[in-house]
Design a protein around this ligand. Structure first.
Ligand SMILES: Nc1ncnc2c1ncn2[C@@H]1O[C@H](COP(=O)(O)OP(=O)(O)OP(=O)(O)O)[C@@H](O)[C@H]1O
Ligand SMILES: Nc1nc2c(c(=O)[nH]1)N=C(CO)CN2
Length: 175
């Protein structure tokens, strides 16, 4: 069995509907979802704000690679189109595998460019850390330490205030 933290986000089309569809597609593997947050674009400022959330998943049979496959299936179903000239550009739905743990709690570490674990930019992203911290305040990002501490790091702290909860856009009923 593996458990994983997935980051879901989007800023094109009906982003709330895309997030809901992703949670629905992940199905019975979902063991927790954060609230929905409105977040300033990270890495490429010339685009609309995003909606972001974090989904906690577990599956007795899933490998780490299976989570990437499922993430890509969600993105494809959400009409995700990659723009090779705009790495951090706008998208209907982005599903990133932030971290994976084996059933004994050991983090899965991978330097494979197809699936780097933990996600190499998660520790820099308030749009990942704020929702994750809200659902699992004691969580640790393997190799980087407690997410509570990461939220106060210089790279992240300035972005935290811009990440705002949208209580009217809950995903809770999808669990
Ligand atoms: N932990 C990971 N989660 C998701 N994709 C990953 C991961 N590690 C490596 N990748 C690879 O990254 C490639 C680019 O993914 P994608 O286009 O979704 O990036 P992005 O969302 O624009 O940027 P970022 O990865 O910084 O969020 C994919 O082909 C995927 O195989
Ligand atoms: N706020 C926010 N910014 C982003 C996001 C995202 O999900 N939320 N995803 C990106 C893809 O790498 C790039 N920038």
């Amino acid at each position: 069995m593996t458990g994983a933290v997935l980051s879901i986000g989007g800023n094109l089309g009906d982003s709330h509907a895309h997030l809901r569809a992703a949670v629905e597609r992940l199905g019975t593997a979902v063991v927790g979802v954060s609230g929905v947050y409105r977040t300033p674009p990270w890495g490429d400022g010339a685009q609309p704000p995003y909606l972001n959330a974090v989904v906690l998943v577990e599956d007795r049979t899933a490998t780490a690679r299976d989570w990437l496959t499922r993430a890509r299936a969600c993105e494809a179903a959400g009409g995700r189109v990659r723009d090779p000239d705009r790495r951090f550009g706008p998208r209907t739905l982005d599903v990133d595998v932030i971290a994976v743990w084996s059933d004994d709690g050991t983090p899965v570490v991978s330097g494979d460019p197809e699936l780097t674990l933990p996600h190499p930019r998660a520790h820099l992203r308030a749009f990942v850390l704020v929702p994750w911290h809200a659902v699992r305040p004691d969580a640790e990002l393997p190799g980087y330490g407690p997410i509570a501490a990461l939220l106060t790091s210089p790279e992240v702290a300035a972005d935290v205030a811009g990440v705002t909860l949208c209580p009217e856009l809950s995903l809770e009923s999808m669990e």
